[in-house]
Design a protein around this ligand. Sequence first.
Ligand code: BTN
Length: 232
Amino acid sequence: FGRALRYTGTTTSTQDDLRHWAEHAKSPAPHGAVVVAERQTAGRGRRGRTWNTPHGTLVFSVLLCAPLTLPELALMPLAAGVAVHEACRTGGLKWPNDLLTSDGRKLAGILLEADLRGEEARRAVLGIGVNVGSAPEGAAHLHETQPGLTRAELLGRVLAALEHWLGQPAQNVLSAWRAASLTLGQAVTVTTPRGTIQGMALDLDAQGNLLVQVTGGQVHTISAGDVQLIGS
Ligand code: BTN
């Protein structure tokens, strides 16, 4: 990954730049192409949120061109989370793929945007934002514990780790995710498009869904949503 790489100063969103490069350029972006930006004016987060890019954050997107099935797409955010955790060498993962410090502040976020055609996507754009030298209010940054780390060094590490983890079989991804988890075994509130539940985060299933046991014993399978760790 990153052998084809474009660096830009200010842009709307690296997700859009990479998509444009893949769709409209004379020599289209190849698999593994990367766009890195200094600043984004319309950075996107998961579930329609915006993603601020203060000075000193690392923001980039990676192009994945291969027929991707729905099960592969479902595991990809988890694999990317494992890669980012490995590269940042700190904190742990909140389902599905936020990197948090152990006291619950956000260090990095991941956004997967896939062009679905029926049961398959031909292409996906994986966007990653890491707070390296500064962070928005209430979030954390890597220089708190690794003051010498440069964005270039971290980018290299994340790309290498992504290449490794996106190529791993599901069971390896799931066990690495479990080992890096801050969510499992915790009391959580989960907000899904269908409502909010509270319970105990038990485990991941083989598809990467989060299993949450509510009071009374029923186990819910969560495939999309926001998790809040109770008490943090
Ligand atoms: C989240 O935690 O909600 C996901 C945040 C993803 C942010 C990255 S920054 C690079 C790429 N470009 C965007 O507009 N978003 C992603």
